[in-house]
Design a protein around this ligand. Sequence first.
Ligand SMILES: [Zn+2]
Ligand SMILES: [Zn+2]
Ligand SMILES: [Zn+2]
Ligand SMILES: [Zn+2]
Length: 344
Amino acid sequence: MASPSAGPAELGFVEAVPSWRLRSEQFPSKVGGRPAWLSAAGLPGPPELACPLCGRPMAFLLQVYAPLPGRADAFHRCLFLFCCRTPPCCCGLRVFRNQLPRGNDFYSYEPPSEDPPSETGESVQLQLKSGAHLCRVCGCSGPKRCSRCHKAHYCSKEHQSLDWRLGHKQACAQTDNLDSTVPDHNFLFPEFEIVIETEDEIMPEAVERDDESEIIGTMGEAHEEELESMAKHESREDRIFQKFKTKISPEPEQILRYGRGIAPLWISGEKIPQEKDIPDCPCGAKRLFEFQVMPQLLNYLKVDRLGRSVDWGVLAIFTCAESCKLGIGYTEEFVWKQDITDAA
Ligand SMILES: [Zn+2]
Ligand SMILES: [Zn+2]
Ligand SMILES: [Zn+2]
Ligand SMILES: [Zn+2]
């Protein structure tokens, strides 16, 4: 997708597609399932993919393929977002960036084929071209392995015991056919492609009008100041939420808004980050807004809306303005979470 420095957002929508379209060599943007890793080397390891709050392994939420035109070292570029889905936490978030030149060790110089691959079967990829093993449960780097069969790999004890309970206990004693028999561990999110469309810029900014003049003038002196400040707060909160609703109303199914350097669309007046809240990249460059995940995505994730579960208003992703190359592999970027406020 193109990356203008300003201008209309590109909108992402979920779409069900055959699974081969979501493999790494197709350079997909996608939600759920296992990550379609870009570089097969330098994957974030279990410590990087542990929830910063509860320490449990996070689940892959989505990835956005976002190359930078004119940057030979970012001919391929992808952002990977992970979240904690383990109750009662369900709060941790981390995002990683990876980029590759057109000529690299993992992919053809030519664009991928539009045709389905000739080999059949939907077997889960458990090892990358680099030789790196992937966890059978989450599809992330799996440096630990089953000490009995030495064939099953895991990111953590937690995922090993989950797989053990869900069938590896039996499979471990049997022979070779392990790779094709990954059970549903009920850990991954449902998998979809993210398709991108450019947003039409037709919405007037009418909702930006000032409605603070609506403050009631007939109240007694004593409470006037207090009421005024309440009304101001409510109307600001209201305006921001109205703007959010108006902006998305032509395309209410959008799950993602992409635009490197554009302004994020906040859902609430609370927890809007200041510049100082967005840490610079370790390379020294500022971080720019690049995309945001919308609350609509929650409808596709089959998460429990009643119990404690994954939830957000807006997830805004900020990435290095230089899209620097800090060594090989995957570089951590920054996520800002805004919740939906109940106050409005
Ligand atoms: Zn957590
Ligand atoms: Zn795992
Ligand atoms: Zn085993
Ligand atoms: Zn940087």
